[in-house]
Ligand binder design. Sequence first.
Ligand SMILES: C[S@@+](CC[C@H](N)C(=O)[O-])C[C@H]1O[C@@H](n2cnc3c(N)ncnc32)[C@H](O)[C@@H]1O
Length: 369
Amino acid sequence: MAQWKAHHRRICKAYNRYNISSEYQALSVNEKVDAVLLSQVLIQLYPNDQFDLTPSTDGDPLAATFSDLLESSAQVDPPPLCRTSKSAAVPRDTIRKIFSRFGNNNFILHSHLNTYAHGVYPMASRFFNHSCTPNCVAKYIIAPQQVVKMELVALHNIAAGDELTIPYLDPALPYETRQDALQSNYGFQCACQLCIFQGRIQPIPPLPSTLPETSHLWDRLRAFVDSMGDSQDNPLVFAISEELYPFLNDTCLPDLSEQFTRSSHEGEFDIAILTGKRLLALYRMIYPRNFPQIGMHALELAKTAWNAVVTMEHKADLSVVQSFADEARASVLIASRVLNNFGIEGDEGGPLEEIRILQGLLSEERALP
Ligand SMILES: C[S@@+](CC[C@H](N)C(=O)[O-])C[C@H]1O[C@@H](n2cnc3c(N)ncnc32)[C@H](O)[C@@H]1O
């Protein structure tokens, strides 16, 4: 009832007209959600229609929380709003500032790394800055009838006094894409170690023009990554030799990822294992140690290798089947280490359960004559 009196009643008169307006209908699904939410927030922050005053948060914990969130200096245009005749008077700059809190404090909630919602965690919002070489990642614990809980996981040991940082976006995105997104969504230029490094080595040299030369370079990258193992917390990219810089090319990772997914789905196991292992080397090069995406990809690779075992069992030589089983064992070991560090997250099931099942199947496979 309090909510109804405070704001809903005041906006619902205007809502039907707004809902069928061409400007609202032209918005994307996400923009529509933002637009309605922003319209509601505006009314809630100014319960007495005195839009020239500082927003009121008296007795309204949600409004108080929202007002505490940091505005962004990013110049993001707010969507067209559902306005009452009075709220139409709110200055555009005020609306822009209020809207900038949406993007600046928006956490992408995921379950087993699949995005499923967005949420606001006011304390985390104030605590954690971004880095493309973060030492922490966020995870979400989902349980029936409970508010989704956010937890922070350390990727490795962190020295006392070091700032805890999280990634606001995927550090494996191309350098320019990351810079543009952080500037336009949050209004800052990222000066993390990875951005400085990648900015310094621009333009990235192209991959060699012949297949044998490229294959040779891939072998060099994989040998380097394997030789480093788990010895470094920081991404291995800082330690690679210049000849491997072409792998930082913008198209390298997405192309390889597409090839792996396609060949894996189509049962082209030799190609899938080769591209999957190259992709794993790229991830281990660009992400810090124990970054969950490394584990998720290692698990995909292990599942692909296991599919190869099952498909080939009665068709191919025992040595071929054994080599696929060995690939599966090696990859599931990496997946297990990384994802056990990440721990239980999301809703029930998920990668840790898949690892347990796969490890069981692989140990039975070893027992076969
Ligand atoms: C969710 S808040 C993070 C906490 C914020 N620093 C605070 O004091 O409340 C996001 C804002 O923090 C700042 N920020 C976060 N990471 C940054 C970084 N790597 N470099 C510069 N500013 C950053 C930006 O102003 C960004 O809009």
